[in-house]
Design a protein around this ligand. Structure first.
Ligand code: PGA
Length: 244
């Protein structure tokens, strides 16, 4: 089954999350019997979501975690607490974190390590900038962001290919471009597959239209959906069109 991860970013308030749960909980559960579904609200809404979907097939994730394990780090949230709150996934290395909050590959490696120790599956986002694309350095950029995996022992990880220029811009790579990247990713991740479950997904302007073409690429094992996932009807459409 393909994996569909909703990244709500900071686009929904606590009240808005509560009203989505009230209105769409049953449908969301139904949908999660047809595809693997994980929803990532912002921190303050995690407990509300994990309580609402406890003992159901809908999984809840976080949009990050602290680079520290525990201690006096005002404003931070630890991977271990997230696990206790019921998170099964956490997004790391998202371009918005890399660009706006200076999340480096080194920081991402530390977060991935802590998440795995806590039993949370990291969703590691990678992707080239427009400039790197124009200079023909896509695979080089991805390799640079994945390099730290050689230091990691994991049972399962998700790698989300999200070209920076595609996120939130209504643009997606062509199918041949995506096929090339995913075939490369499959090969690159091959050594890790011996000991871990690796899921390769795509993100960046996935909506009810773009999913029609994207879903044709069999190497894509799921999707990370930002803007369109905050509207349940749109998210449901994407899932139903994107099921393999
Ligand atoms: P988008 O965001 O679907 O709004 O482009 C994707 C993401 O940032 O994960």
């Amino acid at each position: 089954m393909r994996l569909f991860i909703a990244n709500w970013k900071m686009n929904l308030s606590y009240d808005e999350v509560q009203s989505i749960v009230l209105k769409h909980k049953e449908e969301m559960i139904k949908l999660a019997y047809q595809a693997d579904i994980a929803v990532c609200p912002s921190y303050e809404s995690i407990a509300l979501m994990t309580r609402a979907f406890k003992d159901t097939v809908v999984k809840i994730g976080a949009q990050g975690c602290s680079v520290y394990e525990r201690g006096s780090y005002t404003g931070e949230v630890s991977a271990f607490s997230l696990a206790q709150a019921g998170c099964q996934y956490a997004i790391v290395g998202h371009n918005e974190r890399r660009q706006l909050f200076h999340e480096t590959n080194e920081i991402i490696e530390k977060k991935v390590t802590l998440l795995l120790q806590a039993g949370i599956c990291p969703v590691i986002c990678i992707g080239e900038t427009e400039e790197e694309r124009e200079e023909g350095r896509v695979l080089e950029a991805l390799e640079n962001q994945l390099h730290f995996l050689k230091n990691i022992v994991a049972a399962g990880i998700v790698v989300a290919y999200e070209p920076v220029w595609a996120i939130g811009h209504g643009r997606t790579p062509s199918n041949p471009q995506l096929e090339k990247v995913f075939i490369w990713l499959q090969e690159y991740m091959q050594p890790y597959k011996k000991s871990a479950v690796i899921t390769l997904i795509y993100g960046g302007s996935v909506d009810e239209e773009s999913i029609k073409m994207l879903s044709l690429i069999s190497a894509i094992e799921g999707f990370l959906i930002g803007g369109a996932s905050t509207n349940f009807e749109k998210f449901k459409k994407i899932v139903l069109l994107g099921i393999q």
